[in-house]
Design a protein around this ligand. Structure first.
Ligand code: SAH
Length: 236
């Protein structure tokens, strides 16, 4: 079923679509007609609808069923990703949205070499497009760019810090030896140049668990997506 993203609102029995891009998507790309089913999501709920009327650049959807969000994970998983080149960050945002990561914090560390132009709008468009495809209900939030030292670490009950120089603790070991299921998990991925030792020490002093992802050195975007996938599999 084709998905459209709508604003949060008290929808009772009708949803009216007016945005050009939605109309184009439904009427021209997918050639939907009166009587066809459409799925609308507002970040909290999923509405199963039927096209009732198409008049004057408006599509009226009749709500057949309102459903609770069954597409989000039971644990909040957030990713702090140090700034990487634009296309790689875009790729990460797309993949982490597909996986259902709750929020992404673009993070600045000492060895970040990327200069940031205003990207938030583009990142939000990527999230929106991905949401249509992946059937999610709650969009991944893209947070403001944040300095590593200003990450809200106290909000999390599990913080994972993949570090290529760690030799003993693997991510697998840490996950297998946990007793309680966490409610909020953060993982922090370093820049292409890696973390500085002092940054690792700072995060470790704030309860971050330093983990290895294996002997090979992964690119930052690979590490970001792989760890996201492992955590979704473990806790989702
Ligand atoms: N410049 C560094 C590599 C940085 S890789 C070097 O060449 O040595 C970018 C980020 O991916 C790292 O900061 C880390 O968070 C993660 N990463 C990559 N490979 C890893 C591994 N084998 N174990 C743990 N973390 C890894």
């Amino acid at each position: 079923m084709i998905s459209v993203i709508i604003e949060r609102n008290e929808y009772l029995d009708e949803i009216i679509l007016e945005k050009k891009e939605d109309l184009h998507h439904l009427l021209h790309v997918f050639r939907l007609e009166i009587g066809d089913k459409v799925r609308a999501v507002d970040g909290d709920y999923e509405y199963i609808c039927e096209i009732q009327k198409i008049i004057e650049n408006k599509v009226h959807l009749q709500i057949l069923e309102k459903r609770e969000d069954a597409f989000s994970l039971s644990v909040d998983i957030d990713a702090a990703i140090c700034l990487i080149k634009n296309d790689k960050m875009d790729f990460c945002i797309q993949k982490l949205t597909e996986l259902g990561i709750r929020s992404i914090i673009p993070t600045v560390a000492k060895r970040c070499v990327v200069k940031l132009k205003e990207k938030k709008e583009k990142w939000n468009t990527i999230v929106k497009e991905t949401m249509k495809q992946c059937q999610g209900v709650k969009p991944t939030q893209i947070q403001e760019v944040t300095d590593l030292k200003k990450l809200p670490l106290e909000d999390y009950d599990l913080i994972l810090l993949p570090y290529e120089c760690e030799e003993e603790h693997s991510l697998k070991y840490v996950l297998q030896n946990r007793v309680e299921k966490p409610r909020k998990v953060l993982y922090v991925i370093g820049p292409e140049g890696g973390f500085e030792k002092e940054e690792i020490q700072y995060l470790a002093s704030k309860r971050a668990e330093v983990v290895s992802l294996g002997k090979r050195i992964l690119r930052a975007e690979t590490a970001a997506i792989v760890v996201g996938g492992i955590l979704v599999h473990e806790f989702g």
